[in-house]
Design a protein around this ligand. Structure first.
Ligand SMILES: Cc1cc2nc3c(=O)[nH]c(=O)nc-3n(C[C@H](O)[C@H](O)[C@H](O)COP(=O)(O)OP(=O)(O)OC[C@H]3O[C@@H](n4cnc5c(N)ncnc54)[C@H](O)[C@@H]3O)c2cc1C
Length: 394
């Protein structure tokens, strides 16, 4: 493939695609609307299915250096300090947790030719005509390209233009993110991800960073059912006192974490979670979608960035193999659409499990306790299709 690929969006997906194309000597230009990277999003879980990809891009050591290794999961309820279920991850490939900004930086650093990355370039619209695509920018003259990959995130301009009827619906959940410097008293939370589940609430806590090479942090994601969301944006500062009041619980450990959150100088951010119906296709001629632009998902399986990274790897493979862009884009879509749509669906279903109330919650807690005490590996098997997936040989 000698045609130059235009990528819109230097997020996790766009940067992974650029890194993978560069390795194959496929020319690209990457355009990002922001004038620099923001340390948005705090922590991110990097599951084995994408650790494989990051290793294939030659980032094994670098990834280890920025990451905390998660060895298992622990589920608790808001009602006490009892553990409902716990299990060890059964996978030869590590499951990591790191700061999103560190992963972003690592991908950016891995791209050798930085002249191909252009900041402060916001795509406003595009037109596909006679095998050429014209690109209209917010602050510069129009340009043309032979292939367009939209990795422009959850509010993708390109998706809206291809599917004007695909509107997001508010999912009825508000999410909060906070981060605390890791203290000795959090040691019982090291080496795992801990989830506290309450009626209409859940809180996910995991360390990120690596004690030897970077400062470790404790990452908090707090999700609550909230029918009335009317604010837009990713990083609206939240009133931490009000957040803690929303998450009243009887677990001494969680109470202490929430008190620490209030006392900490680190801000807490909130955003609304939205549901997007799966798209019937992603590729149209010489234009395709990637990552959240193609399949925005609720964060309840922690796989949004993972799917973007898998997409990028597969797309680069087809662009390396196929002579025609259209063919590469169609094969990419055929390989990816079913899996990403299934993960999108599972992420949505998980909300009901985390937030169950009344009898449903009792049944959930009893079932989890029983399985974790008798056949804990069943809990690994349930997610094996996600985490054990070997994209390199599929
Ligand atoms: C609470 C929460 C927790 C999460 N936790 C995890 C997790 O643990 N693990 C995981 O795998 N995923 C997680 N995710 C999901 C993950 O953050 C996203 O799925 C992932 O960032 C998507 O990557 P992307 O490259 O598609 O989009 P993004 O990373 O959002 O990048 C899109 C980029 O495009 C740029 N852009 C947008 N429009 C334009 C334009 N018109 N012109 C130029 N540039 C443009 C943006 O500025 C941005 O840089 C979580 C999400 C949430 C909400």
């Amino acid at each position: 493939m000698q045609d130059e690929i235009t990528i819109i969006g230097a997020g996790i997906g766009g940067l992974t695609l650029a890194a993978a194309l560069e390795k194959k000597h496929i020319p690209f230009q990457l355009y990002e609307q922001a004038n620099s990277f923001e340390a948005l999003g705090y922590g991110i879980q990097v599951s084995p299915n994408i650790v494989r990809v990051l290793w294939a891009l030659g980032l094994e050591k670098e990834l280890e250096n920025i990451s905390h290794r998660c060895l298992g999961f622990e589920l608790r309820s808001f009602n006490s300090d009892n553990i409902l279920a716990k299990w060890q991850i059964d996978n030869k490939i590590p499951y990591y947790q790191c700061r999103r900004a560190d992963l972003h930086q690592l991908l950016f650093d891995s791209i050798e030719d930085k002249n191909r990355i252009h900041f402060s370039q916001r795509l406003e619209s595009f037109q596909q005509k006679d095998h050429k695509i014209s690109l209209h920018w917010q602050n510069s003259q129009p340009t043309t390209t032979t292939a367009l990959v939209a990795a422009d995130g959850v509010r993708s301009q390109v998706r809206r233009s291809l599917f004007p009827g695909n509107k997001a619906q508010y999912a009825g959940y508000a999410a909060y993110r906070a981060i605390l410097p890791f203290k000795d008293k959090y040691r019982p939370l090291w080496g795992k991800a801990t989830v506290w589940m309450g009626e209409n609430h859940h809180v996910v806590v995991y360390p990120n960073g690596n004690q030897e090479n970077s400062t470790p942090w404790l990452n908090l994601v707090l999700v609550v059912k909230d029918a009335n969301w009317n604010e837009q944006g990713w990083s609206i500062p939240a009133d931490k006192q009000a957040v803690a009041q929303d998450f009243v619980n009887q677990s001494e450990e969680l109470k202490e974490i929430l008190e620490d959150m209030i006392a900490s100088p680190e801000p807490c951010f909130k955003w609304g979670l939205f549901i997007h119906q799966p798209l019937p296709y992603w590729s149209q001629g010489k234009v395709t979608l990637l990552g959240d632009a193609a399949h925005p998902m609720l964060p309840f399986q922690a796989q949004g960035a993972a799917m973007a990274i898998e997409d990028a790897y597969v797309l680069a493979e087809y662009l390396g193999k196929e002579k025609e862009i259209e063919k590469a884009f169609i094969k990419y879509q055929q390989t990816r659409l079913k899996r990403a749509t299934k993960v999108q669906q599972v992420s949505r279903n998980n909300a009901d499990i985390f937030h169950a109330s009344g009898v449903k919650a009792l049944i959930r807690n009893f079932g989890l306790g029983l399985v974790s005490a008798t056949v804990p590996n069943l809990l690994n098997q349930k997610t094996a299709w996600i985490y054990d997936y070997d994209i390199l040989s599929n």
